[in-house]
Structures are given as C-alpha cells and as structure tokens.
Write a protein that binds this ligand. Structure first.
Ligand code: NAD
Ligand code: TYD
Length: 355
C-alpha cells in the first residue's frame, strides 16, 4: 500500500479526503497538521485505532521536522491541503496567509524536492506533489465571461487568493526548474460535512437553526460554482492516480448560484426538515449586511480538461448535495456544539458584531 503525506488533514477538505482513503484502504496516511482554529482532530476520531493512520501535530514551516517525516515515512505522494482558507480573515489579518500559504508551501516543497532527489528509478518517476488550490486565483468573472480554464490568466483580488496564487506559482516553478512531478488542482467552492461554520453554507445552516440573522454581503447576487465535497475527494484521487505530472486540473460543479439563491434553498429545506422550528419560515432571518471589500462577483470553472482526460464528473447535484449536508449538520449536533467555542465565538463577534 502507498503512503500519502497529507498536510492540513484535520481541516474540512483534508479530513474528508483522509477518511475516504482509509475507508477504501487506498493508502497509508501520515497527516501533518498544525491544528489552527480550523483543524479538528474530532473529524478523524474514527481512525483512532487505525494502524495505517498517523497524526503528526506540526507546522509545515518546520523544515527539520518535515525532513524527518519524509525520511522516516518515505511517502509516494504529498497531498498539500494545509492553508489559511478564509477570505474574510485574510482581509482582516493577512500575516498568517503569507506565512502558511506562501512561505509554508515553499518549505514543504523544498523538503519534498530534497527527498525526491534521493529517490531512484521508478519511485522518482511516480512520486507526486499535489497542491490543492482554488479558483479564486483567477479573479472575478463578468456576467457573460466564459468559465475559468486552466490557461486563464491569474488575477487574485484578496490576500487569500494572492497567497494561494503565489503558492501555485512556486509549485509550477519546481516542476519547470527541477522536474519535480507536481500536480495542481484549482477547485471551486466546496460544501459538505465537517466544514468550519465561518464559511457561507455551514454558517447559514447553524444560524438558521438557532434563529439568528442570516448575513448576506452586499446585494447577495455574487455567484459561486458549488461542488459537493465527496465529488472533490473523488477527483483528487483520480488526479493522484492518473494526472499528468506538471499539469493543472480545474475542478468545479458546473453549478453557478447566487448567494441569495443558496441561502433561500437552505431556508426552504430547513422549513421542511424542521417543521416545529420557532424560526419558520427561516427566510425571514435573511439580513443584508455591509459588503466584503474587493468582493469577487462571479466564479465559474470549466472542468472540461479533467472530464476529458480522467473521465471525472460530479455525482451530486446542488439539490442532492445540500440536502445531504443539512442532514449531516442536523445529525451531528455534538460536532457543531464542540466547534462553536473560543475561536469561533471570537470570530463571529469580530466579523458580525453579535454572539
Ligand atoms: P480549512 O481551513 O478547513 O483547513 C485547513 C487545515 O490546514 C486545518 O486543519 C489547519 O489546522 C491546517 N493548517 C493551517 N496552517 C497550517 C500550517 N502552517 N501547518 C500545518 N497545518 C496547517 O481548509 P479547507 O477548506 O479544508 O481547504 C483545504 C485546501 O483547499 C486549502 O488549501 C484551500 O485553499 C483549498 N480550497 C478550499 C476550498 C473550499 O471551498 N473550502 C475550495 C478550493 C480550494
Ligand atoms: P465563503 O464561504 O466565505 O467562500 P469564498 O469567499 O471563498 O467564496 O463565501 C461564499 C460567498 O458567500 C461569498 O460571495 C461571500 C458570501 N458570504 C456572505 O454573503 N455572508 C457571509 O456571512 C459569508 C461568510 C459569506
């Protein structure tokens, strides 16, 4: 069985990926995570007794430790999720975004290169460094623009997007300059189980369940291209297995929705699923608030390349994915209450001026 060194495996996408790999016994996992406010080992509780899952509490910026992990664990691939990932936090305080998404990515790939250089023959050829990135590096689309392809020019608008773009460029350069077999995924907005409730969809579900205001930035007509997490996890596995070294793959759900439509859909589903809720109709909780500075108007992904080359297509529609997501949050009250502690409360107060 292969060994994957996963970074940020205690976060939203990382933990869904790790759980899926271990469920299928597809790879041994070494999960390196700093456990910032967004990392949660409870996501991976089911792997406590799994001998093929190893957790290392560490920062990707810790070069000597990362080097030791490569030497001891000898991974066949790195799957790099670790990042600061929330746009609003990057607007408030970009420092951590630079340190992790740029400097940390550099440290990690530099250690990966050193380890890879010492491999021989087939291992050197089949090694992969997969960098997980975002569609936000491409900037904002106009209403009639075609969706982002892999050759779309970079124009990041937030400190988050700029830091991810810098990471992408470093990864690309390590392929071009040193021949390191890299892969980059630029994915659209994900949603599903284990997402930290600072992001739109879980924030709206949890606020609605508590009868709190549902904050919509600006006019609510910004568009995102939503993808259910399991579809992304499936795509990551395909790119690792069959993606061509040095290539980028754009992944998205072909599912463009305005924020107001997303929020109204969640409200309607909650009206049906929680008929006794005192907050019914939940749409009455919708509150328009001050817009995000530099708020990108529209993202949309052209996923034609991964469809053509790897035969990937999303299995979920927005309706099926959002229904599964709401069911998950409704049936994991322990998880949600454990997450709504210190760092979460501080953020909500700072960002929305309420508890
Ligand atoms: P997340 O914020 O939920 O999780 C990030 C994880 O990285 C956490 O477990 C955190 O503890 C860890 N981490 C942060 N800094 C670290 C460091 N210096 N060293 C080690 N670990 C560290 O993020 P997510 O939503 O799961 O996103 C994962 C990746 O996917 C990110 O690179 C993000 O840019 C990208 N992405 C996310 C989305 C999305 O919709 N969530 C869409 C496209 C791309
Ligand atoms: P978010 O989940 O933060 O993802 P991203 O900014 O990376 O796309 O936000 C998704 C969209 O929802 C984005 O257009 C901003 C908007 N939004 C709100 O309207 N209200 C909120 O409270 C949040 C967190 C986001």
């Amino acid at each position: 069985m292969k060994t994957f060194l996963v970074t940020g495996g205690a976060g939203f996408i990382g933990s869904n990926f790790v759980l899926a790999q271990r469920a299928k016994n597809r790879a041994r996992i070494v999960n390196l995570d700093k456990l910032t406010y967004a990392g949660n080992t409870a996501n991976l509780e089911s792997l406590t007794d799994d001998p093929d899952y190893i957790f290392v509490h560490a920062d990707i910026n810790d070069g000597p430790l990362v080097r030791r992990i490569f030497e001891d664990q000898r991974p066949e691939a790195v799957v790099h999720f670790a990042a600061e990932s929330h746009v609003d936090r990057s607007i408030l305080r970009p420092d951590d975004f630079i340190q992790t998404n740029i400097v940390g990515t550099f440290r990690l790939i530099e250690e990966a290169r050193a380890y890879w250089s010492g491999l021989d023959g087939k291992s050197k050829k089949t090694f992969r460094f997969l960098h997980i990135s975002t569609d936000e590096v491409y900037g904002s689309l106009g209403p009639d623009d075609l969706p982002f392809t892999e050759s779309y020019p970079y124009a990041p608008n937030s400190p988050y997007a700029a830091s991810k773009a810098a990471g992408d460029h470093l990864v690309r350069s390590f392929h071009r300059t040193y021949g390191l077999p890299t892969l980059i995924i630029n994915c659209s907005n994900n949603y599903g189980p284990y997402q930290f409730p600072e992001k739109l969809i879980p924030l709206i579900i949890l606020n609605a369940l508590e009868g709190k205001p549902l904050p919509i930035y600006g006019d609510g007509k910004n568009i995102r291209d939503w993808l259910f997490i399991q579809d992304h996890v499936e795509a990551i596995g395909m790119v690792l297995d069959r993606g061509r070294a040095g290539e980028t793959y754009n992944i998205g759900g072909s599912c463009e929705k305005t924020n107001i439509d997303v929020v109204k859909t969640i409200c309607l589903l909650l009206d049906q699923l929680c008929p006794d809720s005192p907050s019914k109709p939940h749409a009455d909780l919708i509150t328009f608030v001050k817009d995000r500075p530099g708020h990108d108007r529209r993202y949309a992904i052209d996923a034609g390349k991964i469809k053509r080359e790897l035969n990937w297509a999303p299995a979920e529609t927005f309706e099926s994915g959002i229904t599964k997501t709401i069911h998950w949050y409704l049936s994991h009250k322990e998880w949600t209450s454990s997450i709504k502690t210190g760092a979460y409360k501080e953020w909500i107060k700072r960002q929305y001026g309420s508890d």
